[in-house]
Design a protein around this ligand. Structure first.
Ligand code: TMP
Length: 205
C-alpha cells in the first residue's frame, strides 16, 4: 500500500512541465513533504538502456507493438525499482510523463488502439496509479516557440510542428475518456498557472 503522493505531469514539449514540477515541489515542501523527481522514458539504469533502444534512429524496422512493449517494460522497471519504493517511503514523487504518454503516442500516434496499450500498461504498473495527473494545455506551436526562446533558438521544421499537433490532438482525445486528468491552461501567466495547479493539488491533500 503506497503512502506518498504520486503526481504526474503530461503535455506537449515546451508546455512547462519542469517549471510546474518546481512550483509543486516548493508548495509541498512548505507543507512538510519530502519531494523526489523522476521522468519517463528511463528513470532507472535498465529503463535508460531500453530508452536507448526505443529512441535509436537505426531501429527503423521497429514494429509499433515492440515500441509499445518497450515503453511498458521501461515503465514496469521504473515502478518496481523507483516509483513504488519512493512512495512506500512516504515521499511525494513528481514524474514527467507516465502511462498516458503511451496511450497518446502509441495508442493513437501509432494507431495500436488505446485499450490495447492500456492493458499492457496495467500489467506493467500493477496498480500504481498517480494521485493526480495534470495536463499542461498549451497550443503546440506556442509551446515550441516558448521552448525556442528558452533554448536560444532551436530550429524546428514543419514536420515537427505537425507531429506535435498530432500529439496534442491525441491528448485531447485521451482527456475526453480520462476523468483522472485535470487540465491546466498553461498559456496563462505564471501566477495564474500556479493558482490553477494549487487548486488541483489542494483537492488531493
Ligand atoms: P522525452 O523527450 O520527454 O524525454 O520523451 C522521449 C520521447 O518518447 C517523446 O517523443 C515522447 C515519447 N514517449 C512515448 O512515445 N511513449 C511514452 O510512453 C513516453 C513516456 C514517451
Amino acid at each position: 500500500m503506497k503512502k506518498g503522493l504520486f503526481i504526474v505531469l503530461e503535455g506537449p514539449d515546451g508546455a512547462g512541465k519542469s517549471t510546474v514540477s518546481e512550483m509543486i515541489a516548493q508548495y509541498l515542501q512548505q507543507k512538510g513533504h519530502e519531494i523526489e523527481f523522476t521522468r519517463e522514458p528511463g528513470g532507472t539504469p535498465i529503463g535508460e538502456k531500453i530508452r536507448g533502444i526505443v529512441l535509436d534512429n537505426e531501429n527503423t524496422e521497429m514494429a509499433g507493438t515492440t515500441e509499445a512493449l518497450l515503453y511498458a517494460a521501461s515503465r514496469a522497471q521504473h515502478v518496481s525499482e523507483k516509483i513504488r519504493p519512493i512512495l512506500m517511503s512516504g515521499k511525494t514523487l513528481i514524474c514527467e510523463r507516465f502511462y498516458h504518454s503511451s496511450l497518446v503516442y502509441q495508442g493513437i500516434g501509432r494507431k495500436l488502439g488505446v485499450e490495447k496499450v492500456r492493458s499492457i500498461n496495467e500489467f506493467a504498473i500493477e496498480g500504481t496509479y498517480p494521485d493526480l495527473v495534470l495536463f499542461l494545455d498549451i497550443d503546440p506551436a506556442e509551446a515550441l516557440s516558448r521552448k525556442k526562446s528558452l533554448d536560444g533558438g532551436d530550429r524546428l521544421e514543419q514536420e515537427h510542428v505537425s507531429f506535435h499537433m498530432d500529439v496534442y490532438n491525441g491528448y485531447k482525445e485521451i482527456i475526453k475518456i480520462s476523468p483522472e486528468i485535470k487540465v491546466i491552461n498553461a498559456s496563462k501567466s505564471k501566477e495564474e498557472v500556479f493558482n490553477s495547479v494549487i487548486e488541483q493539488l489542494e483537492r488531493i491533500l
